[in-house]
Design a protein around this ligand. Structure first.
Ligand code: SF4
Length: 116
């Protein structure tokens, strides 16, 4: 998986999570991130397959679409004990938007992939 794809999936998941229990319509989400519906559908199917979101079929303005809702996951201490950030030497300099960032961190992406 490329970094561009990882970033898009991360961004999509964050927006879906921010929409809370109401969720967000696929079409609104794609507009917001500037993705084509083909690109967007690929990402949402992937997130659904990973068990991170639910896709619920919904009629909107006379057209069938999907509402995307984040699944709540039970987090136990054991499940996060090996997250790479805990012993990372870059931790103090790691921040969203900076050169070292959780949105582009390969080690964190790989760890997240193992969780799904
Ligand atoms: S996201 Fe990556 S660079 Fe940042 S603290 Fe975690 S492991 Fe380190």
């Amino acid at each position: 998986m490329t970094r561009k794809h990882n970033n898009l999936e991360y961004k999509v998941l964050q927006i879906i999570k921010e929409s809370g229990s109401q969720g967000i319509l696929q079409s609104q989400l794609w507009k917001r991130i500037g993705a084509t519906s083909r690109e967007g559908s690929r990402v949402s199917l992937k997130l659904e397959k990973a068990g991170l979101i639910e896709r619920i079929r919904e009629l909107h303005d006379g057209k069938w679409t999907y509402k995307l809702i984040a699944k709540k996951r039970v987090v136990t201490l054991d499940s996060v004990m090996d997250i790479p950030c805990i012993f990372c030497l870059q931790q103090d300099r790691c921040d969203v938007g900076s050169n070292i960032s959780p949105t582009t961190c390969k080690r964190l992406s790989e760890w997240l992939e193992k969780q799904s």
